[in-house]
Design a protein around this ligand. Structure first.
Ligand SMILES: [Zn+2]
Ligand SMILES: [Zn+2]
Length: 350
């Protein structure tokens, strides 16, 4: 009987599919062996496949940092995890450096599972237990494998402290945008949240998926009088929102986020791009606070609590499910009509 598939990206666009093998060396005291049930594809997995990822990365690589699996073996220290469903960090932090003291996602020795070091696109994966989060809410593997990107969104939003009475714009209706939207409305109690998705096909798909969401395809029209007045007035011609959240992958997302924020507003940016024009005139003249955020470490408890209370809505974000051997097909799906794709590694998950 085979253990299951083992997927590696050897170069952009090149995927090898082998048989996963159990580790030959005994597990260290803090190591556990996880039988991966599924990997949820992230925009960064797609970008790694396409060769367009904006952050540090290396090939060959097992991708996959959003996942769920069951602990099937443990070293001496992790016995209580045996048999449990778990998910884990994307950030591989050290826990000892000064930066880890404030935010483990910016650890001085940071590596990223599935980006700079091997991730979880394999049936069997040995991992240190300190990066794991057991399923304490009975989410099951389908929802548990959504924890990481909800944690990324939760962690970023936590840093800009959204208030219920604020007017908020989320830019980009991909998975991170939708997770941010759901957290803003469902966990932060924000009543006035709009989603901006420039692609009309994607906007229509999202409107169908989440009928209560207010989805727009264009940013609010700038005030014509303010714009023609020039000077400082022109710099606030499009300013409407107390908080803007850039979850887009396009180059214009951050520009829109800056232009649409009111003076003294906050701009939260998740996009990792090699280059993006930054309008410092808007940033400075409007006294904006620009917050970049990476990683979900620190946000998993909040994310899983949210998922437990919003199972149905969150589950809608999984639009496709394919056996891991068909990963190439998954990477070829139309990004306008898929939100989250899950690759399954076990026979029983298919
Ligand atoms: Zn991700
Ligand atoms: Zn560290």
């Amino acid at each position: 009987m085979s253990a299951g598939p083992d997927l590696r990206l050897t170069a952009p666009g090149r995927l090898s599919v082998d048989e996963a093998k159990p580790p030959t060396a005994p597990l260290g005291p803090d190591e556990v062996l996880v039988e991966v049930d599924r990997v949820t594809l992230c925009g960064s997995d797609q970008a790694l496949y396409d060769g367009t990822y904006g952050g540090p990365s290396s090939y060959p690589l097992r991708f996959g940092h959003e996942w769920a699996g069951r602990v099937v073996d443990t070293g001496l220290g992790g016995r209580e995890l045996l048999g449990q469903w778990v998910t884990g960090d994307c950030s591989r932090w050290c826990g000892d450096c000064p930066r880890c003291g404030t935010d483990r996602n910016v650890c001085a020795r940071i590596e990223k599972f599935g980006l700079t070091v091997d991730g979880f696109s394999t049936r069997l994966r040995t991992v240190d237990r300190r990066y794991l989060y057991p399923d304490r809410h009975g989410l099951g593997p389908g929802l548990l494998a959504l924890s990481e990107f909800f944690a990324v969104a939760a962690q970023g939003l936590h840093r800009v402290a959204p208030r219920p009475d604020e007017r908020i714009l989320v830019i980009g209706a991909g998975a991170l945008g939708l997770a941010s939207y759901l957290l803003l409305t469902g966990a932060h109690g924000a009543a006035d949240v709009e989603l901006l998705e420039a692609d009309p096909v994607k906007a229509a798909a999202v409107a169908e998926l989440l009928p209560s969401a207010r989805v727009r395809t264009e940013a609010p029209e700038p005030d014509a009088a303010a714009r023609s007045a020039g000077g400082y007035a022109a710099l606030t011609a499009a300013a409407r929102y107390d908080l803007t959240v850039d979850c887009s992958s396009g180059a214009d997302g951050l520009a829109t986020a800056l232009a649409c924020a009111v003076p003294r507003g906050r701009v939260l940016c998740f996009g990792l791009r090699r280059s993006a024009a930054l309008r410092t005139d808007l940033l400075v003249a409007n006294a904006l606070t620009l917050v970049g955020s990476i990683g979900g470490t620190g946000g998993f408890a909040r994310a899983q609590e949210f998922l437990a209370g919003h199972r149905e809505e969150a589950g809608l974000l999984v639009t496709h499910r394919l056996p891991a051997e068909r990963a190439e097909e998954a990477f070829g799906l139309d990004p306008r009509t898929r939100i989250k794709t899950q690759l399954t590694f076990g026979e029983d998950a298919r």
